[in-house]
Design a protein around this ligand. Structure first.
Ligand SMILES: CC(C)(COP(=O)(O)OP(=O)(O)OC[C@H]1O[C@@H](n2cnc3c(N)ncnc32)[C@H](O)[C@@H]1OP(=O)(O)O)[C@@H](O)C(=O)NCCC(=O)NCCS
Length: 207
């Protein structure tokens, strides 16, 4: 399997055919790992994110199987092409103190992420995040947050973040899973304030 890591753009027709397959891709992966209800929940979340989030507030990063791409001719076969996907959406960050004027903090939230069930534990997930981080550094993102398992995300630079320093959009069922990493010269502890997520994620179900 030859994997290419890249961003998808909804302005590109070929990319759009792949984007249309993403809700079903997430639903299948999460159904296999967490059960039917979670599969439907995450599939619905991905649909909502893709349909309602402004282009500038969403980054779609995928791992594509190049061998499958050469034989894919339609949307139905395009579903075999995606081996991994991670979505990043805008977190509006409001600094706790206004006494340090400077540029606004550019913050993104990683959620959700999935690697095809048959392609897991081969390093694709870690390489997909590393690729995405390089892209976001070039785009001037200062800080990346996620809500997940530190045993996985800790491998790609995330560390637990005190929810009283960077306040999450919702109260957390698992505060130890609130993770972050700085993509700027400042440490993640330098960011103190509260976050607001995009509309679809603004639902206690996901937190
Ligand atoms: C979690 C997930 C994205 C990881 O992608 P992957 O390509 O399988 O991971 P990699 O091969 O890059 O990394 C594997 C390492 O991460 C760890 N890891 C993988 N999935 C993990 C999980 N769910 N929890 C904790 N650690 C995990 C493995 O133990 C492994 O560590 P090792 O190399 O020391 O053995 C993928 O397994 C997946 O899609 N799982 C189902 C959906 C999910 O849980 N998504 C994340 C929540 S949003």
């Amino acid at each position: 399997m030859t994997i290419d890591y890249r961003l998808l753009s909804n302005k590109n027709a070929k990319d759009n055919a792949l984007i249309l397959t993403l809700p079903a891709f997430f639903e299948a992966v999460f159904t296999a790992s967490e059960g039917k209800d979670e599969g439907q929940l995450i599939g619905g979340l991905v649909s909502g994110l893709l349909e309602t989030t402004a282009t500038n507030d969403l980054l779609i990063s995928v791992a594509i199987d190049l061998n499958a791409t050469s034989t894919a001719t339609s949307t139905s076969t395009a579903s075999n092409v995606i081996k991994g996907c991670v979505l990043f959406s805008r977190l509006v960050f409001t600094a706790a103190t206004a006494d340090k004027p400077g540029k606004a903090i550019n913050m993104m939230l990683l959620a959700p992420m999935a690697v095809a069930t048959t392609a897991q534990k081969q390093g694709i997930g870690q390489r997909l995040i590393q690729f995405s981080i390089q892209q976001m550094k070039q785009q001037g993102v200062d800080c990346l947050m996620t809500y997940g398992d530190v045993n996985f995300y800790g491998k790609v630079g995330f560390e637990p973040v005190d929810a009283t320093l960077i306040k999450p959009p919702h109260s957390l069922a698992y505060p130890q899973s609130w993770l972050g990493q700085s993509l700027s010269p400042q440490p993640v502890t330098a960011f103190v304030g509260k976050t607001t997520c995009v509309r679809v994620l603004n639902n206690a179900l996901y937190w």
